[in-house]
Design a protein around this ligand. Structure first.
Ligand code: TRP
Length: 331
C-alpha cells in the first residue's frame, strides 16, 4: 500500500443497518475512501457476543456487504471483508488479552450497559469484546478509527494496550486515533430523541431497507415538542434538532438554511419534508442493494478478495507479534 494513512472501521451485523449507521458512519467512510487506505469490516465475531439467530446473522452479513457497496464504498479502492474470514483477528485477540487488565475491561461503559441488559447471559466474549476490537485495529496498523462517541472508550483502551505492548517489546503497533465526525455523528431515536437511534427499537429507527411508506410513517410520528418553531436547540428541542440534523445530512443544506426554509411553517410541514428527503436519499441505496443481493457470485468475489488482501496485512503484524512474545516460528 501507499504512504496514505490507514483507516479501519467496522459495523456489527447484529441488526439491519439503520439511517443512523449510514449518516453516522458509512457516509463518512465514503468521504474518506479517496484520501486514506481503508479497511471496512463486517464484524460478525463481535455480533455473537450476544445471542444471534444463525440464519439471520448470515443474511445480515451479506446484506451489509451489499449495503456498503450500495452506499458508495468501492471494493476496488477499499479492503472490504468479513471478520471471521481472517483468523488473525482471533489469534491476535488472544495475545492482546494477556496484556489487558481485568480492571480495565470492567470499567468499559458499554460492558456495564450490555451486561445489565443481558443479565442472564454475561459471557466472557462480551467482557473481552474490546480486546477483539483492539486486535481488529492493531492488526492493520491503522492510524485512525472512525467511530461514534460510544466507541471512543474502546479505541482509547486499544491505544493503552498497544502502548503497553510497545513499551515491553519495542515498536510493534501504530497507536490509532479515534476519528469522530462532526456532522450527523449521532442520529437519535425518532421515538425518544434523547437516546441514540438503535436497531433494537424498530419504531424509533429507520432501516436502510425500509419501504418509502414506512419511512414516511415513522417521520410523521416522530416525537417532537409542543412548540411550533423549527429551530435547532438540542437541549430544549431534542426531537426537532435531531430531525434538522437528519434533514441537513440528507440534503446537504446547513442548519440555518433549513431553519429559514421552514420558518413559520410548523411541524406538520416539516416532518413529512424530512421523511421525503430520507425516502429520496435511501431509494437508490435500497434498489442497488437489492440488485447486488441477486448477484451472489459478485458478492462472493468481493468478500473473498477482501479477506485475501486483509490476511496479507494481518499476517505481517501477527508474525511480528508471535516472534516478540517468544513463540517458536512455524518455519
Ligand atoms: N465495536 C464497534 C461497534 O459496536 C464495532 C467494531 C468492532 C469496530 N471492531 C471495530 C469499530 C474496529 C471500529 C474499529 O460499533
Amino acid at each position: 500500500m501507499s504512504e496514505k494513512k490507514r483507516i479501519f472501521s467496522g459495523i456489527q451485523p447484529s441488526g439491519d443497518l439503520t439511517l443512523g449507521s449510514y449518516m453516522g458512519a458509512i457516509k463518512n467512510w465514503v468521504a474518506l475512501q479517496d484520501e486514506y487506505d481503508c479497511l471496512f469490516c463486517i464484524v460478525d465475531m463481535h455480533a455473537i457476543t450476544v445471542r444471534q439467530v444463525p440464519a439471520d446473522l448470515r443474511r445480515r452479513s451479506l446484506e451489509q456487504l451489499a449495503q456498503y457497496i450500495a452506499c458508495g464504498l468501492d471494493p476496488k479502492k477499499n479492503i472490504m471483508f468479513i471478520q471471521s474470514h481472517v483468523p488473525q483477528h482471533a489469534e491476535l485477540s488472544w495475545v492482546l488479552g494477556c496484556y489487558t487488565q481485568f480492571g480495565e475491561l470492567s470499567r468499559m461503559t458499554q460492558f456495564k450497559d450490555k451486561s445489565a441488559k443481558h443479565a442472564d447471559n454475561i459471557t466472557a466474549g462480551l467482557f473481552t469484546y474490546p480486546v477483539l476490537m483492539a486486535a481488529d485495529i492493531l492488526l492493520y496498523q491503522a492510524d485512525a478509527v472512525p467511530v461514534g462517541e460510544d466507541q471512543k472508550q474502546h479505541v482509547e483502551l486499544c491505544r493503552d494496550i498497544a502502548g503497553r505492548f510497545n513499551y515491553v517489546y519495542g515498536d510493534t503497533f501504530t497507536l490509532p486515533e479515534p476519528f469522530i465526525p462532526k456532522m450527523g455523528a449521532r442520529i437519535m431515536s425518532l421515538g425518544d430523541p434523547t437516546s441514540k437511534m438503535s436497531k433494537s427499537d424498530p419504531d424509533g429507527c429507520v432501516f436502510l431497507m425500509d419501504k418509502p411508506e414506512d419511512i414516511m410513517r415513522k417521520f410523521k410520528r416522530a416525537v417532537t415538542d409542543c412548540e411550533t418553531a423549527v429551530r435547532y436547540d438540542p437541549a430544549a428541542k431534542p426531537g426537532i434538532s435531531n430531525l434538522l440534523t437528519v434533514y441537513c445530512t440528507a440534503t446537504g443544506k446547513t442548519i440555518e438554511e433549513a431553519e429559514q426554509e421552514f420558518a413559520g411553517q410548523g411541524y406538520g410541514v416539516f416532518k413529512p419534508a424530512v421523511g421525503e428527503a430520507v425516502v429520496e436519499l435511501l431509494r437508490p441505496i435500497r434498489e442497488e442493494t437489492e440488485r447486488l443481493l441477486k448477484d451472489k457470485a459478485y458478492l462472493e468475489s468481493v468478500y473473498k478478495e477482501g479477506a485475501e488482501r486483509a490476511q496479507y496485512l494481518a499476517n505481517k503484524t501477527l508474525r511480528k507479534v508471535y516472534k516478540k512474545v517468544g513463540f517458536v516460528a512455524r518455519g
